[in-house]
Every structure is written in C-alpha cells, then in structure tokens.
Design a protein around this ligand. Structure first.
Ligand code: PMP
Length: 435
C-alpha cells in the first residue's frame, strides 16, 4: 500500500498536470496480459483504454513478445538510425500488403517516429513541399497531436494558414439537422468555400481528416461524405491526408478505416497499433508527392527495430486471424447493448462508433432548453462514470470537446465473455454515477 501511494504521490508532484488522464486514473500498473492490467496494489482492471487504441492485441500478446525476443536474441543492432535492415524490410512488406491496393502499387514510406504527432508533422511538411502551397484544410473537433503543426491542424486551432471546416455529426449536427442531410450540408459548405473566389481561401496544400474522430468524441464520418471529400480534393489537385493513427489496424471493422468508403488517400498517417505497443509512426503516400530532397526529412529515432518487429507480428496476426472482421461484429453487438442502456437512461444522449471504437455521450436532460435539439453535455457525470468504472475494475477514457464522451477502445482480441464483463461493469457504473 505504502509503496504504491508513494509512487503515485511522487509522480503527481514531479510530472506536469497536463496529463489529465493520468490524474483521473490513479493506477500503478505492474503486470499486464491481454485485456487485464494488474496494479501495484494487487487490484486487477479490464483495460478498455488500450493505450488510446494502441494495443490491438491487448497487453503482452505472446506473438508480440516472441517477435521482440527474437530480435533481442539474434544479436541484431537495436539502433542504426534509418539504415536498411531485415527487420525493417519485413515490416514494410507486411504493412504494404495491408494498404489499399491502388496506393500500395505506387507507395513511398517515410519512417517518422516515435509518435503519431511526428508523422502528422511529416505529412503536413510533405504536402507543403510537394505543392508549394501553405494552406491547410482541417476539421472542427479533429485531433492530430500536440506538436505545433499537428496542434494547428486540430480543432480550435489558430494558425492563419488553416481553414476550419465542419465535420459531419449525427448528434450535435453543426447544421442542426443530422443524418444524411447534415452530411450533405457539411460537404457543400466545403465545396462552396473552395469555389467562391470571395471566400479568400486559395487552393491549399492539403486536407487532413480522420475517418472516425477519436479524441474528438468518437464520431464516425459517413462514407458518402468521405467520398465527397476525396472528390473535392482530387478535382482541385489537393492532396488528401487521412490520419489513421487511431482508426488503423482493424479497429473500426476494416483493416484501415478508409476501406469503409473505398477512399484512397494520397497520404496515410499511421502510428499507435502499427508498432505492436512500442513507439512507431510512418507516413505512406503516393510516390508522385515525394518532392523531398535528400536529407529533407531525417531524424535520430525512427524505424525503431523492436517496434518494427512487434508491429510486423501485430499486423500479420490481425490479418491472419481476421480481427478486423471480428472487431466489426463484436462492436455491433456491444453497440446494441449500449443502445439498450441509452433507452433506459435519459442521461445517455448518444451511443455511437464503428467496430471497437465506441463512444457513449453523457448529457443533462433536465438542463435542455425547449429549443435545444439535444440536451447539453454532462462532463461531471462522465467523470463520475469513469470513476465508478475504475472502482469496478474497468478502465475507460473520456473524450469529446466537453470531455463528456466515455470511450471504449478494447483490444481486438476481446472475447465474448470479456465483452459481457466490460458491459456489466459499465452498466453498474452508469447506474451508480446517476444516483
Ligand atoms: N492523430 C490521431 C487521430 C490520434 O488519435 C492521435 C493520438 N491520440 C494522434 C494523431 C497523435 O499521436 P501521438 O499521441 O502518438 O502523438
């Protein structure tokens, strides 16, 4: 007990409060396997945060551990800057085999590492170099990372080069209509802005988009809208960057989330699960965009050998075991049960998601005005639900603009029994938080 509390106390004194999730989840993980984390206090938790979607195979999957051990035992170098190695060759081949065929046929890869935000920076820099333009189209509620360029591409940005566009939302539709009509209006807004000479928006260097907004509150974009964004950019020779950092590697029910709409991006930003729990980030892009001179994008820590080995094992395991399909069917079942909860609890305003990327938006029905299409978000209740989940040994994260969305990102290896256990604990936590 004492040691555990000492660790928590020292970390909260020494580390910045900027890491809010670490404050609201006071656990000291010491062991983990699959869905389960064991804390230093001996308590066990079901981890539905999964490193914000990083752990496609859960914690310490045997194939991942074996792949890492194999590199360690082989005497291969752990660090060689960006040199060619068999480990890197295997990773690139496995990754390319998963890409949309049209992109894979003509793709370049740039190792960026170690984090998703580094790959976003690389993507923005690449399209600016390739087009000679500087403007960028990005979306409300987007999240692309915490370094300067990625932050500017995220929701609430202030960079003058970034034009903010409406992201279609069923719930809290920015046009107040929702559904297909809302998505149609969002698409038309973008088209009109680009076509109207008076808008002041010149042809940008690129558009960056998530097929399902994750940190923004788990908001899946309709497939038709994604295709419209592909068309509106292609027609104007604007590179389309799809950020699949969180949606990738089977999470949404297809290997990459763009497969739902059939959209082939010009640039894909990949991180999180591609490293099999270790830090790894890359961009893959149409070779035509490769305008970089030698030395234009270098760095010391990219192409981490252990991460690439763990990533190769993860990508292969997801492909061979059809875990994307599994995520789709299990996710639909989980959504069904959550919709049942929503029907019984007016404080659940919305339940949404794709595959095993699921969000539950908490609202305050009593605070809704007569003209409000939906009740206002309830961040305090969402925090209470998270804490009640924690008390029941379930780890979930919050998201969305108001932090009122409980996010479930379990590993794709989740069994039916584990899904039931997660949902039972969640239902109990919801009932307790509501009281
Ligand atoms: N893009 C998306 C869609 C993300 O969800 C995240 C992280 N949650 C990032 C980029 C940034 O990745 P990182 O935290 O590794 O910098």
């Amino acid at each position: 007990g004492g040691e555990y509390e000492g660790i928590l106390r020292r970390q909260s004194q020494r580390e910045s409060a900027a890491r809010t999730y670490a404050r609201s989840l006071p656990i000291v993980p010491v062991r983990a396997r699959g869905l389960t984390i064991e804390g230093a206090d001996g308590r066990r938790y079901l981890d539905c945060l999964s490193g914000a979607g990083t752990l496609a195979l859960g914690h310490n999957h045997p194939v991942v551990l074996e792949a890492i051990r194999k590199v360690l035992d082989s005497g291969a170098p752990l660090h060689v800057l960006d040199l060619a190695t068999p480990v890197k060759d295997a990773f690139t081949s496995e990754l390319f085999a998963t890409l949309p065929a049209e992109l894979a046929a003509d793709a370049r890869i740039q190792f960026c590492g170690p984090a998703g935000t580094d790959a976003v920076e690389a993507a923005l820099k690449l399209v600016r170099t390739a087009t000679g333009r500087s403007g960028l189209l990005a979306f409300t509620g987007a999240y692309h990372g915490m370094t300067a360029g990625a932050l500017d591409a995220s929701g609430g940005a202030t960079d003058v080069r970034v034009t903010r566009l409406p992201y279609p939302q069923q719930y809290r539709c920015p046009f107040g209509v929702g559904g297909e009509r809302g998505a149609e209006l969002a698409a038309r807004w973008t088209e009109n802005l680009l076509d109207d000479p008076k808008s002041g928006v010149t042809t940008p260097a690129g558009m960056i988009v998530e097929a399902v907004q994750g940190e923004g509150g788990v908001i899946p974009a309709p497939d038709d809208w994604m295709r419209r964004m592909r068309r509106v950019t292609a027609d104007r020779s604007v590179p389309l960057i799809v950020d699949e950092v969180q949606t990738g590697v089977g999470r949404t029910g297809t290997f990459w989330a763009v497969e739902h709409s059939g959209v082939v991006p010009d640039v894909m930003v990949l991180s999180k699960a591609i490293g099999g729990s270790l830090p790894l980030a890359v961009i893959v892009y149409r070779s035509e965009l490769d305008a970089w001179e030698p030395g234009a994008h270098a760095g010391t820590f990219r192409g981490n050998q252990l991460a690439m080995a763990a990533g190769t094992a993860t990508l292969a395991y997801v492909r061979e075991n059809r875990l994307a399909e599994r995520a789709g069917t299990l996710g639909a079942r989980i959504l069904g049960r959550l919709q049942g909860l929503a029907a019984a609890h007016p404080c659940v305003g919305d339940v949404r998601g794709r595959g095993l990327m699921i969000g539950v938006e908490l609202v305050d029905p009593d605070a809704a005005g007569p003209d409000d299409p939906v009740p206002p978000p309830a961040p305090a209740l969402a925090l209470a639900v998270q804490q009640e989940c924690l008390a029941r040994g379930l780890i979930v994260e919050l998201g969305g603009r108001h932090s009122a969305v409980v996010r479930l990102l379990p590993p794709l290896t989740l069994t039916d029994e584990q899904a039931t256990a997660v949902l039972d604990r969640f239902a109990d936590a919801l009932a307790a938080a509501e009281r």
